[in-house]
Ligand binder design. Sequence first.
Ligand code: NDP
Length: 306
Amino acid sequence: MALNKVYKLNTGASIPAIGLGTWQAPGEEVYKAVKTAIAAGYRHIDTAFGYGNEAEVGKAIRDALAENNLERKDVFVTTKLWPTFFRPEKVAEGFQISFDRLDIEYIDLFLLHWPCALNPEQGVAIPRKPDGTRDIDTTVTPSITWAAAEKLLDTGKVKAVGVSNYSIPILEDLLKTAKVVPAVNQIELHPYNPQQKLLDYCASKGIHCTAYSPLGSTNSTLLSDETINKIATAHNKSPAQVILSWGWARSSILPKSVNPERVKANTDLVELSAQEIEQINELHKTHGKRFIKPDWGVRVFDEDFE
Ligand code: NDP
């Protein structure tokens, strides 16, 4: 069963191959989705300070554990530090906010959400300068923030630390001074943006990759892809199930849904043939697309579609 599959992290812990994504899922909606997911067998939930839903996600996890006779250790929970907390002296404060909001004893994985620091002086959302560009603090490099994140491990409140949206050059730089190798790099991965080079690089350093937007995010054009639809018909599955079957075989994946049927369907995956996998592997050559590319005003991604 797809929900039993795990990947090993460099900490020795296991990360379930399928996790529920919760971005753009507020309040009652996310509360119900997380409860549905855990009742359906999900053992991995992804949230972030930036999603504004950690309190509801945490409550749903606590309630679901009680209702399904599960223990805290049975569910793997990831949250992320927002870049307005990236100055080293703000890292512990940002972590503590997420920790308190989730209220689930400990965090399994804490990620630096983006490889750039936002100036915290204008609030915690997405500060902008008067000209509309984002207010980046370029004096705070990813390595500086990482050194502060490593110290969180000493608190016992978090089991593993990692990064998100880090490219090869940024990781190369970070690893020069890192005492702890990031456990995870959470990145956009799907057939239109497979990032094989980054995946291989991370594997060579012992960094596990988790796929965000594994379906191509909101209003995905990937779901109507002709090749995907042909393969789906052949297996009597939906296009989403084929895309996730491809993704789940190469990394952990975080499909987001607030629809109970889709939450469940997204775990009903199939084994694709080598030929089908090869067909899907080819898609980025003609349909390459990165769906999530906020305008940070600094270079974040090195290449678009490797
Ligand atoms: P996904 O690729 O998971 O796609 C979500 C969209 O697909 C929603 O509109 C959802 O609608 C729809 N959907 C879900 N299942 C199906 C299905 N079976 N058939 C058809 N449509 C479906 O996008 P996300 O961008 O949300 O990425 C997943 C998660 O990854 C996020 O929620 C978040 O946790 C994480 N993430 C992390 C980022 C980072 O910077 N680290 C950036 C982006 C995402 P509905 O809910 O109505 O089912």
